[in-house]
Design a protein around this ligand. Structure first.
Ligand SMILES: [Zn+2]
Length: 264
């Protein structure tokens, strides 16, 4: 597929690209969470070469998702034989990717990646944050369904992120539990207006991607074996394009302060 130029100029600390860069690696985990998981990071470091070279299956899946996204952008989506697919999937599933996305009605992963029944294992909550149940769902897909790619998908103009950026008083503890997960990303971004929202959307997607490893021994172990790739991406609400996010520069790692994710 072609590699289109992002429609919107990106000026935040992270750059966006539809080309493949890399996922969340050992250095990022070590940098983000410091000594708390240094032992784990050291263990992972022994497998770093494996991490860097294990991209075969996961990268193929990512490219398949990007191909589907291009069809979505172009309006040339496949006509799936849903009845036959439904019947063929009666006995079980082997989803090709886990998508952690926002509950926003404009960002349905199956549509924007032009996938069908049985293709995606989707976990959605406002702000694409993950609580313990969401994380357990990811672990289930990776451990029991052999899914090899996890994508944390943020999106432009996310209402949850906008609310967190506005620092407005929330009307319930349940809503506050979402904003609690977003506020650390807000505090690390300094732009204003929609530029701030864009920055926080990307920062949050990267943070959630890293937190998956931080919080899950199953995911760390699977990645160390070279059987898992986790990456963050951003969906452009206007063009329909999905951009893979680059990891932050090493110098910025020390500024990341992870807070436990309790709920979403
Ligand atoms: Zn959203």
């Amino acid at each position: 597929m072609g590699i289109p130029t992002p429609a919107v100029a990106f000026t935040a600390k992270f750059s966006s690209t539809r080309t493949v860069v890399r996922g969340i690696g050992v250095d990022e985990v070590r940098g983000a969470f410091g000594g708390e998981i240094l032992k784990t990071a050291n263990t992972l470091a022994h497998h770093e070469s494996a991490w860097q070279t294990q991209t075969g299956i996961a990268e193929d899946v990512w490219h398949a998702l990007l191909d589907g996204n291009q069809r979505f952008v172009d309006g040339t989506m496949k006509q799936y034989r849903v009845k036959a697919m439904r019947e063929s999937l009666f006995g079980g599933q082997r989803p090709k990717a886990v998508i952690i996305g926002c509950a926003d009605s404009r960002v349905p992963p199956e549509l924007i990646f032009d996938q069908s029944l049985g293709d995606l294992f989707v976990i959605r909550a406002a702000g694409n944050v993950v609580d313990a149940i969401g994380l357990g769902s990811v672990e289930y897909a990776v451990e029991h369904l052999s899914t090899r790619l996890v994508v944390v998908l943020g999106h432009d103009r996310c209402g949850a992120v906008q609310a967190a950026c506005s620092n407005q008083k929330v009307s319930s503890p349940n809503l506050n539990s979402i904003f609690n997960e977003l506020r650390p990303s807000v505090s690390e971004c300094s732009n204003a207006g929609m530029a701030l929202v864009r920055d926080v959307v990307e920062k949050n997607a990267l943070r959630v991607a890293k937190a998956l490893l931080y919080r899950s021994a199953i995911l760390r172990t699977t990645m160390a074996k070279g059987d898992l790739q986790i990456l963050a991406a951003r969906y452009d609400l206007l063009t329909g394009e999905v951009f893979r996010l680059e990891s932050p520069e090493p110098a910025s790692h020390g500024a990341l302060k992870e807070t436990p994710i309790h709920s979403a």
